[in-house]
Structures are given as structure tokens and as C-alpha cells.
Design a protein around this ligand. Sequence first.
Ligand SMILES: C[S@@+](CC[C@H](N)C(=O)[O-])C[C@H]1O[C@@H](n2cnc3c(N)ncnc32)[C@H](O)[C@@H]1O
Length: 451
Amino acid sequence: MIKKNDELEVTISELTYAGLGFVKINEFPVFIYNALPDEKVKIKILKVLKKYAFARVLEFYSLSSDRNQDLDYSYLQTGLAPLSHLKYPAQLIFKQNQLKETLHKFGINENIEPIVASPESMHYRNKSQIPVRSVKGQLEVGFFRSHSHHLVPTEDFLLQEPIIDKNTILIRDILREEQIPPYDEENQSGVIRNIMFRYGKFSKELMLVLVVNKKKIPSISNLTAKIKARCPEITSFIINYNLKNTNVILGPKNQVIFGADYLTDKILENTFKISPLSFYQVNPLQTENLYKIAAKFGDLKETDIVMDAYSGIGTIGNTLANQVKQVIGVESIPEAVEDAKENAKINQHKNIRYDLGKAEEVIDKWIEEGIKVNKIFVDPPRKGLALNFIDQSVKMQPKMIIYVSCNPATLGRDLSLYQERGYQIKKIQPVDMFPQTAHIETIVLLQDAKS
Ligand SMILES: C[S@@+](CC[C@H](N)C(=O)[O-])C[C@H]1O[C@@H](n2cnc3c(N)ncnc32)[C@H](O)[C@@H]1O
């Protein structure tokens, strides 16, 4: 029997979905931080649970040729970049295999195209949500250690655009000078919870959102003056009020201190207005590739009537509107759907309609209205599609469904439901939107088997 503090020599057999090394010791599964397949290591058991244990490496006897050795291993403890100890080409192979295995569990064994690598594998993120806490009596920015709210201070966030890192540190220093207290979760005291940035890679606009825990912020006029003077790259500054004891980062109310209450950016020749609460893809260069592939799968024609379901700010619908007769979209976040409508106007697409609501409910209304679509694009969150959406979308008899997924498990489930309802999988294309993390994005083309 394995016990806490045992020291053992093992050879790692696998890498788990979450990026942990894995071995079975006398049939008992052990998950090991910072260990890659084939590495011979001495481990120390940290924690033994009923069905498995966790361990860390005490000593490496051999290193994997796939190991990225230029890494500060504290990133692995933060949950920020759980695959960053793997070289990027090996991450791509890992994701390709993960997708294959997951889909296989749902009986899906169709060919998977080679994953499209991200143009940038580090410092690609256009958005940050950095926690601010007190560490050893000083206001710090950093990342929470995995499964905890213990802040690990840092100045290099690894995945964010360098302009975001630079301005995060400038804001941290101004907050320190102004002695504005960081949020304290235990006592529900302090003021600054998070520093959020959004950056328009193409527009070069930089939006700062300070998430606060109080209705009134001390020294707000000094703070604003210093931000204007020392952070000229920041084009808008918004306070977001989150007064609740919650893990949800943003509260419902925003106040603009200066600049616009939205960011603008460009994707595939279209301009987009993005409100702080709206979803916006985080890897801008790869987003263009994602949408190009999705549009190509749709084999768009001037006569097509296309659905853009789970539309966010209308990025998919807007970028394909010129090629089709009509786009009808749905999105559940009010700010996002307002953005989507405005974006159709900004881009002068007169053939777009966006409705607010849950896709699985609005689709009933559309069917009652007699709306007909022949191609459906869906891009749901991690939980995938609701069963009613699947049933009703099939009722609309689209020739094609283009499924953009950020979760292979719910993708597999939904694809098999579409297969049972007469659709065939024609293409599966993974696209790496999230280098250094275990997230896998996939586009699938489904076609009505009768057409
Ligand atoms: C993965 S994002 C995709 C957004 C957009 N297609 C893009 O590429 O930017 C999923 C979107 O679905 C929205 N959403 C979540 N649940 C929904 C539902 N039940 N009905 C409609 N939209 C929903 C979210 O607010 C989010 O904007």
C-alpha cells in the first residue's frame, strides 16, 4: 500500500488530460506534477486518496526529449499553463491524440485532420483577469495556485500580450502608491479584486477594467490622473462593481471613468464593438483561421440562409454575411447581443438579425415563425448543446451543421446525437486556440445523410 511521504522510483507512462504525469504502482493510480511520459524519476507521495494518489518529482534520472527546459516551473502550479513543460509541437500531438481518444469513446472514429498550430504559442492572449491580493503585507498581482486562492505573485503572465503584462505592473505600482487596499476574501474587506485588460490586436485599443468590492473607491481622482499620465496605452478605464462574496469575476454594473464603454477590434475585414461583459475569442490571429475554416466547411452560397447560434458579439455571422442571403443569430447575454446588432450596422450588413435568449428556446420561436435555414453554425460554451436545440435544429432540416466546439467530451456526445438523427460527420478539424493549456477547439462539418 502506498503511503504519504513514500519515495519511489518510477517511469512515467502517460500524460493525463490535465497535464499530469501518470503511473500505476501495484495497480494503484498515481498522478505526478511536472512529469512527462518515459521520464525516469524519483517521486514523493504527497496525498493518498481512496482511489488514487498525488506525488511530486524529487529527482529526474532521465528527461523527455519533448520537455521544454526553459520554463519557470511555478507556472505549472498555477493552473495557468498546465502543458507549458511540453514543447509546443508535442502539445499539438498530445491534443490530437486526446481528441481522437475522447471522440472514440462516443463511437466516433472518423479521420481527424492534423491540428492547426497557433501562429503564436506564447503571449497570445488579448484578455487578462488578474487577481489582486495582499501577500506578506504588500499588494500583489499574480495567479492562484491550482485549486486554491493562494496568490503566487508574478510579473510575467506567460500567455498574455506583452502590452497587458506591462500595464498590469504599472497599475499595480499605482495602486501600491495610492495605498488602495487589495481585496481580502476571508474578511470580505479591501477594495481591488481584479485587474482586467482587453486588447484589440488590430485596433491597438487597450481597455482597463478594475473590479472592485466597494461602492466608493478611495483616491479615485489621483488614481485616474496617474493612469492617464503613466499609462498612455490605456484607451479606456472602467470600474466594475462586484460587491458579492463570489468566485465570479465580474459584477453586473460598470462605470466608465474615461474612454468608451467598449473596445473595438477587427476580424477578417469586419469591425467589432465588444462590451466588457461580452465573450470575445482570446487568440486573435488564430480566431481568423478558425472562422475561415468554419466558413470553408459551410461552402457558402449567395442563396444560403445561415444560423449563427451562440453568436457572442456576432463574429461568425458578420464575417460570412457578404457571402450569403441571410444570417439569423441568437445569444443569451444581453450586452453581447446588443453588440452583435450594432456590429451588423457598423459593418453595413443589412441581411443579419440577432435575437436575445437561450438558443434552445429561441429556436422554438423561429420554427413557429416559419424561419427556414439551410446551414447552421453553432459555437456553444463548454457544456455543449441542449437536447432541445439538437432536436429542433434537425427539424429545420439544414443541409449542413458546422459545429465549433471548445470541449471534446460534449462535442462527442452531441455528434453522436446528430448521427442518430441522420447526420454524417464529413470533416473534423482541431484548431489550437489555447497553446500551453489543455483546451482543445474543434470544428466539425455534419451533413444531412440524405443530401
Ligand atoms: C464559445 S462562445 C462563442 C461566441 C462567438 N461565436 C465567438 O466566436 O466569439 C459561446 C457564446 O454562447 C453564449 N451562450 C451560452 N449559453 C447560451 C445559450 N443557452 N443560448 C445562447 N447563447 C448562449 C455565451 O454567452 C457566449 O457568448
